[in-house]
Design a binder for this molecule. Structure first.
Ligand code: SAM
Length: 329
């Protein structure tokens, strides 16, 4: 583990030193702002491909912009070893708190931050140029499965959907405050939902009667607004509207576009940027930026995808696409 000073303003923390602070005994008098770390279920996708694609060696410095449950960070930390360093961030304070416990003892520093802030964070730890950066976009299975985070239409919970529950407005606030046309446009653009207008109208009608506060209520409204038998559909009809709201609430595409501009400057020459996306709204800007950016050379002419064996083990990997580019200038 290299010695890195602990900058106050970035909130960077060594995973090896802070676990005690982050695992307080629950007390009925002083509830913690986030649930205690729970056993992780998220399985990292395309892990071997990421490691091979980033060509890491012992002693390397790397960054993981989407720490999540820490699977990719862990495997990168094991390769770079104690002479190296993985600087990992996530917008989700709960994910970062759990990683501090789960990755204890590995050469990892973590912080609650947007991956667009990696240039400042890497500068703070005196590693302005790294050998590799990974972004594994979207949300983790842990977030999806946590009813109280409000990402899932399969379980009833508060309609929240924020990666960081302390940042910006919740999905319920978006639903309450947006004009019908705004709602229709975002469901169409970010959900690629052809019944977006009907859904927006149904939302507005319902909210005139009572506020829409839970994931269950919203899922019901969407299912009823879409023509046809919802049970006959291949996927739950609420899927696309929930995806759209999550993307909007977290400004996911805005972050991605900014990252594509700023992250190449954090790579040393020959360093690589690896991005895993899960739908075309994410993959398209990555593909275009990698092709047109003069600082980068595309390594993956076609995106890498999961093997049959990985898909059988982890169905979530089915839609994953990994693109890699190398800094050349
Ligand atoms: C698919 S999960 C990552 C899983 C992780 N690679 C692992 O192995 O466990 C995506 C994570 O990215 C985080 N995230 C999404 N957008 C982000 C952003 N702009 N900045 C930082 N973290 C972000 C989410 O909170 C979530 O924890």
């Amino acid at each position: 583990m290299i010695e890195v000073s602990q900058p106050a303003n970035m909130g960077l923390r060594k995973t090896s030193t802070v676990s005690k602070v982050l695992a307080p005994r629950p007390s009925p008098l002083t509830p913690t702002p986030y649930p205690m770390p729970t056993p992780r279920v998220h399985i990292p996708v395309l892990s071997a491909e990421v490691l091979a694609g980033l060509r890491l060696s012992p002693g390397d410095r790397v960054a993981d912009g989407t720490l999540g449950a820490g699977g990719h960070t862990r495997s990168m930390a094991e390769v770079v070893g104690k002479e190296g360093l993985v600087v990992s961030v996530d917008r989700d304070p709960e994910a970062v708190a759990a990683a501090e416990v789960n990755l204890k003892g590995l050469p990892v520093m973590v912080a609650v931050a947007n991956y667009t802030e990696l240039p400042e964070i890497l500068a703070e730890v005196k590693q302005p140029k790294v050998k590799g950066i990974l972004l594994d976009l979207g949300l983790s299975s842990d977030q999806l499965d946590a009813r109280e985070r409000g990402f899932s239409f399969q379980q009833d919970g508060p309609l929240d959907m924020r990666f960081n529950p302390e940042e910006g407005g919740s999905a319920a606030e978006w639903i309450a405050q947006s004009e019908e046309k705004e709602l229709a446009d975002l469901i169409y653009q970010y959900g690629e939902e052809r019944f977006s207008r009907r859904i927006a109208r149904a939302i507005v009608q319902r909210r005139q009667e009572q506020p829409i506060r839970t994931t269950g209520e919203l899922a019901q409204i969407v299912r009823r607004a879409i023509p046809g038998n919802p049970r006959a559909a291949k996927i739950d009809p609420a899927t696309r509207t929930f995806q759209a709201l999550r993307i909007a609430v977290n400004d996911e595409l805005g972050s991605l576009k900014k990252a594509l501009r700023v992250l190449p400057d954090c790579l040393e020459r020959g360093g690589r940027l690896a991005i895993i996306s899960f739908h075309s709204l994410e993959d398209r800007p990555v593909k275009e930026a990698f092709r047109s950016d003069e600082r980068l050379q595309v390594i993956t002419k076609k995106p890498m995808t999961a093997s049959e064996e990985e898909i059988a083990r982890n169905p979530r990997s089915r839609s994953a696409k990994l693109r890699i580019a190398e800094r050349i200038a």
